[in-house]
Write a protein that binds this ligand. Structure first.
Ligand SMILES: [Fe+2]
Length: 207
């Protein structure tokens, strides 16, 4: 059972009116429905729960029929299997191998979340003026609001035979992933979008 979590939920809050002290006689301002602009009814916390449930289902054997038939995880390329797909969400199991990163990308109009089942992942996230790295270990979770630009790659996990056991993670996207944009960091330390691709594959082409 997964137990340790390192959540990173970021929900943008728009506020056009400065905060002021209120009194009993003050006029109640209308509260904007902040989620109205998002193209999904699911929130980052929902996707964290869905990816956690997917991870638990994989570990309990519910999706054994989708795993590599010979029981051997690919060692040369990333590999993935779609665990769930409906109008709200796509859920994928991904295995990660050394030397195969996703490139710097976003998830276009989809929110995302992941749960690491085994091994470890290294994430480089664009923070506005630089890339910030963090390591996600088995049991860790992360969510990705719209506009999140990152690169994800396998990274060693202490005390683990990674040659036989690749990193495994479950990812949830809502609405189901339909496009991704790719980026590069310029010599001036800015982010430049290099291309956009229509795709329903998670975290870039699995290769
Ligand atoms: Fe991603």
């Amino acid at each position: 059972m997964l137990s340790a979590y390192s959540t990173d939920i970021s929900v943008p809050v728009a506020r056009s009116t400065p905060l002021r002290s209120t009194s009993a006689r003050s006029t109640r301002l209308p509260v904007p429905h902040l989620d109205a602009a998002l193209p999904t009814r699911l929130r980052p916390a929902d996707l964290l729960n869905i990816s956690d449930q997917g991870a638990d289902d994989v570990l309990s054997g519910r999706f054994d029929q989708l795993l590599p038939a010979d029981g051997r995880w690919p060692t040369q390329n990333r590999w993935g299997a779609r665990l769930r797909s409906d109008e709200d969400v796509d859920v994928w199991l991904i295995s990660w191998v050394p030397g195969k990163s996703t490139e710097l990308h976003d998830h276009a109009g989809s929110l995302g979340a992941l749960t690491v089942l085994s091994g470890a992942l290294s994430e480089f996230r664009w923070a506005g003026d630089q890339l910030i790295q963090r390591t996600l270990h088995a049991g860790d979770q992360a969510s990705f609001p719209i506009g999140w630009v990152h690169d994800v790659a396998w990274t060693p996990a202490p005390g683990r035979d990674d040659a036989a056991n690749p990193t495994l993670s479950v990812h949830a996207y809502s609405p189901p992933l339909a496009a991704m944009s790719y980026y590069e960091v310029t010599d001036r330390g800015t982010l430049r979008r290099t291309r956009t691709e229509l795709t329903d594959q998670p975290e870039g082409d699995l290769k």
